[in-house]
Design a protein. Structure first.
Length: 273
């Protein structure tokens, strides 16, 4: 694995120094050029926690990945660039799902003049580092919040309509055994929403584009615009053009995607609200 190949993949130019400004540029570059997606889970392919596997997939084969891959690759890249970075155990939607959610997310804490939450694996989550202190943070049109909970956890509050509206984490090293256990469950259990639904999310400079099943949504300061994808070929073309994901084999998922949409919304053109 070579840092220069990763920097080329995210179109990062200039010196790569361990500073807050570099960290911001790296995070935005990653999110704008590497999409969050779970197509391998949908295709029944094993997804690992290994950074070298994520590098081969997302850098060499120009794919995206889900949280363990996205933050796993970003952890490696930041460390290679000279940052002090600590993987941490996260819990997306712990507010709603309780302790069962613990370990379903990998988060990153970067130490500069103070610690920062850095996360490229939450889909439509933060686009820039957030200092690890309570407060509200405006990123573009989105109002985000960081809260210290009474039980010692931190809670990141995302946009209310985001794929994950909140994510809890502890400021301590990750429990890799638990992360592995949750990764296995998330990619195999029929109760997992990653097994149930195909999802792809990409940050753009002034918007976020989301492909959830066969619904394409664009979110920006003007609101949300939605439409239905009409064919397998259009689905694959959108992955390539809107999400920079090269996955022609995703056409095989189209019958499953349509069946899931019909189960959720009926045969009519639902799911656009």
């Amino acid at each position: 694995m070579h840092l220069s190949s990763y920097l080329d993949r995210i179109c990062f130019n200039g010196p790569c120094q361990a500073s807050l400004e570099t960290l911001r540029r790296l995070q935005r570059g990653h999110l704008e050029h590497i999409a969050y997606e779970n197509l391998d889970v949908q295709l029944g392919r094993r997804v690992t926690l290994a950074a070298e596997d994520a590098f081969g997939k997302m850098v060499s084969r120009r794919r995206g990945g889900w949280c363990f891959e996205m933050n796993g690759l970003f952890h490696w890249a930041l460390a290679a660039a000279g940052f002090r970075v600590m993987p941490a155990t996260g819990a997306a939607l712990r507010r709603e799902r309780g302790q069962f959610a613990v370990g379903n997310h990998l988060a990153l804490i970067v130490e500069l003049e103070e610690p920062y939450l850095v996360d490229v694996g939450l889909g439509d989550g933060p686009a820039e580092p957030i200092p690890l202190r309570e407060g509200s943070y405006q990123q573009g049109w989105r109002a985000l919040k960081l809260e210290r909970l009474a039980d010692g956890w931190w809670r990141f509050h995302n946009n209310a309509k985001a794929f994950a509206s909140s994510m809890d984490f502890r400021h301590q090293p990750a429990d890799w055994a638990l992360l592995q256990q949750k990764s296995d469950w998330l990619q195999t259990s029929m109760q997992s929403r990653f097994v149930q639904n195909a999802v792809c999310i990409r940050h753009l400079p002034n918007s976020i584009v989301v492909l959830l099943g066969r619904v394409l949504r664009t979110q920006d300061q003007g609101g949300v615009d939605s439409r239905l994808v009409t064919s397998a070929q259009e689905y694959v073309d959108l992955l390539a053009t809107r999400f920079a994901v090269q996955a022609p084999e995703a056409a095989d998922l189209w019958p499953k995607i349509c069946a899931r949409h019909a189960a959720l919304f009926g045969a009519h053109a639902g799911g656009l609200e």
